[in-house]
Design a protein around this ligand. Structure first.
Ligand code: NCD
Ligand code: ZN
Length: 352
């Protein structure tokens, strides 16, 4: 197969940032995806429906500006699906407001300290119980960053331990709650999701499908491959590819594209996050092609996500062709630049 056409996909896990950085990041996603679940880990985090409403209007303003400047075609459409950042103090009332807003589609659980801008996250599950109970009642999905923060747990084991403890506990304690384990990176995580009760799903990133932890150390230290959860060993990568290409509706596309300025990545204490939005769909096509499963890409990228979230599938299509191209070495990012994933190497699929 040298060309593939699929229903326009959505990105079910995206960091768009804010301000000038938002203006730079947004067009890459809007060219490919119809909608995206927008992560709330701004500074300060998006903890209320009012903050989500304001952030949403900054995103739609950035979209309008990109269209006005010709960066995006006239008539370009992109719907930000907003999320709330769960804290120890998120009230059941805020959850009810979120549900009735119509534009908040999920709530994100960051164990406090697990990743970039997660300091205000949940310090202990007990503090979040009233909010989770309300989310179950209002049928508002919970999105979990599934890594424990205990420094005694090895960084490569943090997801497995979190799945066995926190995630398993939440799934059992709230039997009707829709739960997404975000950016699953281990075979234990995808096995858990595959065997879990209904209404449990996972997103998978393109970089976790394409790379194992060797990429972090290929000929030297490679900060642009550093993200959280960190890349794992090859058997884990293979398990993720099997989950993504297996046709199960529990697994769907979430890029976790997470831009940081070059200087904060190439740094003595570099930030976690890979920017993939410039070639997101192309990278997934490469991973599915390598597994001989291109015909499964549409389900993963375009059907399973909206079905899980109870939203309509997109009616228009996108086409990818097998064609080498080189992404720029760096891209503008607000007043700075960022280094996109794969900047040093050709991409194998191109979006028409
Ligand atoms: C994300 C970020 O930079 O906001 N970083 C990352 O490595 N994925 C946060 C997150 O999703 O963990
Ligand atoms: Zn993320």
């Amino acid at each position: 197969m040298n060309s593939i056409t699929l229903a326009r996909p959505d990105d079910w896990h995206l960091h768009l940032r804010d301000g000038d950085a938002l203006a730079s990041a947004l067009p890459h996603s809007a060219r490919r995806f119809a909608r995206a679940i927008v992560m709330p880990n701004l500074k300060p985090p998006v903890t209320s429906v009012e903050a989500a409403r304001a952030y949403r209007s900054r995103i739609t303003a950035a979209l309008a500006a990109a269209i006005a400047s010709g960066e995006l075609p006239a008539g370009a459409r992109f719907e930000p699906l907003m999320t709330l950042y769960l804290t120890d103090r998120t009230s059941p009332r805020e959850i009810a407001l979120a549900k009735s807003s119509g534009f908040v589609h999920a709530v994100k659980y960051y164990p406090a300290g697990a990743t970039t801008h997660s300091e205000a996250g949940v310090s202990a599950l007990e503090h979040a119980l009233p909010a989770l109970e309300a989310m179950q009642r209002h049928d508002l999905p919970l999105l979990i960053h599934g890594e424990v923060t205990d420094p005694a747990v090895d960084v490569f084991d943090r997801e497995r331990v979190c799945v066995e403890t926190l995630v398993a506990h939440i799934v059992e304690r709230f039997p009707d709650l829709r739960v997404v384990l975000e950016h699953a990176s281990t075979r234990e995580a995808v096995a858990f999701v595959a065997a879990a009760r209904p209404r449990v799903a996972a997103t998978l990133t393109a970089h976790h499908l394409l790379y194992n932890r060797g990429a972090l150390f290929q000929g030297g230290l490679r900060p642009h491959y550093y993200c959280l959860p960190v890349l794992k060993r090859e058997p884990h990568r293979r398990a993720l590819v099997a989950a993504a290409t297996g046709g199960s509706p529990r697994f769907f596309l979430g890029t976790d594209s997470a831009p940081h300025p070059r200087g904060l990545k190439e740094n003595a204490c570099g930030c976690a996050g890979c920017f993939t939005a410039h070639a997101a769909l192309e990278l997934y096509a490469e991973a599915f092609d390598a597994a001989g499963a291109l015909e499964r890409l549409e389900g993963f990228a375009s059907h399973h996500g909206p079905d899980f979230y109870g939203l309509p599938r997109n009616k228009d299509t996108v086409t990818l062709v097998r064609e080498r191209w080189a992404a720029p070495d760096e891209l503008p990012f607000g007043g700075e630049t960022l280094v996109p994933l794969r900047s040093a190497e050709d991409l194998l699929w191109r979006m028409v």
